[in-house]
Design a protein around this ligand. Sequence first.
Ligand SMILES: [Zn+2]
Length: 277
Amino acid sequence: MSDFLHGFMFEHVAVRGAIVQLDAAWRFMRTLRAYPGVVESLLGEGLAAAALLASTLKRTHGSLLLQMQGDGALQLLLAECSSDYGLRGTARWSDPIPAAPLNELIGTGRCVITLGGNGGARYQGIVPMESNSLAQALEDYMRRSEQLETRMLLHADTEAAVGLLLQRIPDRTDADPDDWNRVQHFAGTVSAKELHELPVPTLLHRLFPQDDVRVFDGRALRFACSCSIQRVQNMLTGLGRSEVEEVLAERGRMEVRCEFCGQLYLFTAEQCRALFS
Ligand SMILES: [Zn+2]
């Protein structure tokens, strides 16, 4: 079992990176909802990517939310990594959903990354969604929104969700451009099986035998959903009395299911009305 995120840094090359290995946490998240295969794979990749991006983008205490949305069969893909590295994700789609490249599934859409929250400052970057894989879409995002050259490898199947991120460290004038090309090339030779099964130091040594790579302590990752009765109550209050009354007139009570973890919140008509009194 290894639900871990490991950052690393090349000692003599202006490149840093991270490796994420999710298995028990990912297998648990797969049980929360029945996703079509193509959506489930993208969700696993999205969760791996959220952890990788959190290791490089998070500037302040807060969460990282990765969002892909569009007018295609895959309407929304959400993956979130909280400030203490809890992961959750969800998707919305219309059936039947074909096994097609990401840009075809999303249609005309965008990739949005939101940082912060938790009462702190928020930062949001948005780029059009034009790539045929999630990894490419995020490389594109990092180039256009953050001006960071990034290489990302992502893979998810029923057993594991894994990923590798490489990033060129900006403002290092001593950097040889060939180094970036070389480490990217070697990283591209890694298999999903190696990413899942090899200990990170072994994997890095195998990929980059001629480089000194410093591996940082791993961060444990886990599934965590931040939904709560308080948040659902706030959502209902935000929805407004007339909308809530409409549901009550139709169903007699209010049922709200968390899209991330599946938790069902039930409110009687009296409990709903008490929110507005
Ligand atoms: Zn939840």
